[in-house]
Design a protein around this ligand. Structure first.
Ligand code: AHR
Length: 308
C-alpha cells in the first residue's frame, strides 16, 4: 500500500488550531449515531482541533453544499462520508484547487482522479458481504433443496450497498443450494427494512433467509416477520451487518442469527490522520479496520464488551 504525500497546508500546528470540517451522511441508523459520537468525542478531546460538523441528512446535494461552505470558510482539512459513490468530481476538484486535503471516512467515492482525495478510513464492505454469505453456506448447506434468500439493500448507489451485495452474491454463486429470490433497495433505516419485508410477505414471497445490509433494516424486518405470525431467527434466518448492541440483544432473544461487524468508532483514527496531514506527514492511502463476525452462540458473552 502506497503512502501519499500530503498537500502543503502551510499550517503551523504548534500555535494554530486545525479547522476540521466534517460532513456526515445523516441520522439513518444506530451505527451512524455511534460513528458521529466517536468523531465528536475524539475531536473534543483534542485541544488542537476546531471541529465544524454538518449533517447532510441523506442528501448528496446538501453534502456538496456543506463542502463548498467549508471551502469558503477556509477550513484546513475536510473529512466526509460520501452518501453515494459517484458525482463528486466537481466539488473535489474545487477542494483540491483550494489546497484543502480531503479524508474519506467510512465510504469511498468513485472518481477517475484519485488524487482528489488523500486517504480512506473505514471498512472492507465487499469482505463484509462475503462473511455473511460464508456463514450462511456453512450453516445452511446441509438443508435439502434450494434455500431462497431475500436481500434488503442499503441506500441505492452507496458504497456499502453496492459492495456488500457484490461480496454476498460472489460467495453464494459458488454454491448451488442458494438463490437470491429478490434484492430490494432500502435506505439503511429500520422503517425501510420493515416495509420491504412486509411487502415481500404480503406478495407471498416468503424467503428462508433474509440478508439485511445493516442491523436497523434487519430489526425492521424482524418486526414485520413477527407481525405476520412467523418466527424470525427460526422459521426465517436473519443475517445483518454492523453488530451494534441492538443486534446483540436480538441475537440473545434468538431473533437475529448473526451480524457481521462494521466498526463505527473511527473518530480516533480520523483525528490522527487530520493531525498527521496538518503536520506534513505522509499517511496511508487506505486505513482499513479489522473486523469479525458475531452469532447467537457468543452474543451473551460479547454484548458486555460492546460500546455501541
Ligand atoms: O456506511 C456504513 C453503513 O451506513 C452502516 O452499515 C449502516 O448502518 C449505515 O447507515
Amino acid at each position: 500500500q502506497n503512502d501519499r504525500q500530503p498537500p502543503n497546508t502551510g499550517l503551523d500546528v504548534s500555535t494554530k488550531k486545525i479547522k476540521l470540517g466534517v460532513a456526515i451522511v445523516g441520522s439513518e441508523s444506530s451505527w451512524r449515531a455511534a460513528n458521529t459520537e466517536s468523531i465528536k468525542n475524539a475531536a473534543g478531546q483534542d485541544v488542537g482541533i476546531d471541529l465544524m460538523m454538518q449533517n447532510a441528512e441523506g442528501s448528496q446535494d446538501k453534502q456538496i453544499e456543506i463542502i463548498r461552505r467549508f471551502i469558503q470558510q477556509k477550513v484546513d482539512v475536510i473529512a466526509f462520508t460520501p452518501i453515494v459513490e459517484t458525482g463528486w468530481e466537481q466539488v473535489l476538484t474545487e477542494t483540491k484547487a483550494a489546497g484543502i486535503p480531503v479524508i474519506l471516512t467510512d465510504r469511498k467515492v468513485k472518481v477517475e482522479d484519485d488524487s482528489l482525495w488523500t486517504t480512506f478510513i473505514g471498512s472492507d464492505f465487499v469482505e463484509e458481504g462475503r462473511r455473511a454469505a460464508r456463514w450462511l453456506v456453512e450453516h445452511k448447506a446441509a438443508d435439502s433443496g434450494v434455500t431462497n434468500v431475500l436481500e434488503l439493500q442499503g441506500t441505492a448507489g452507496s458504497a456499502p450497498a453496492i459492495e456488500r451485495k457484490q461480496g454476498f452474491e460472489e460467495v453464494l454463486s459458488l454454491s448451488s443450494g442458494f438463490r437470491v429470490l429478490d434484492s430490494e433497495i432500502g435506505d439503511f433505516t429500520y422503517e425501510s427494512g420493515q416495509a420491504l419485508m412486509s411487502k415481500a410477505i404480503s406478495l407471498g414471497k416468503i424467503p428462508q433467509v433474509v440478508f439485511a445490509h445493516n442491523d436497523d433494516m434487519a430489526l425492521g424486518a424482524i418486526k414485520a416477520i413477527e407481525k405476520a405470525g412467523l418466527k424470525p431467527g427460526k422459521e426465517i434466518v436473519v443475517l445483518s451487518v454492523d453488530a451494534t448492541k441492538l443486534a446483540f440483544q436480538a441475537m440473545q432473544a434468538g431473533k437475529l442469527n448473526m451480524s457481521v461487524e462494521c466498526n463505527p468508532l473511527l473518530g480516533p483514527q480520523i483525528i490522527k490522520a487530520v493531525k498527521d496531514l496538518a503536520a506534513g506527514k505522509e499517511i496511508p492511502v487506505n486505513i482499513i479496520t479489522a473486523e469479525g463476525i458475531f452469532s447467537q452462540d457468543t452474543a451473551k458473552r460479547d454484548i458486555s464488551t460492546r460500546k455501541y
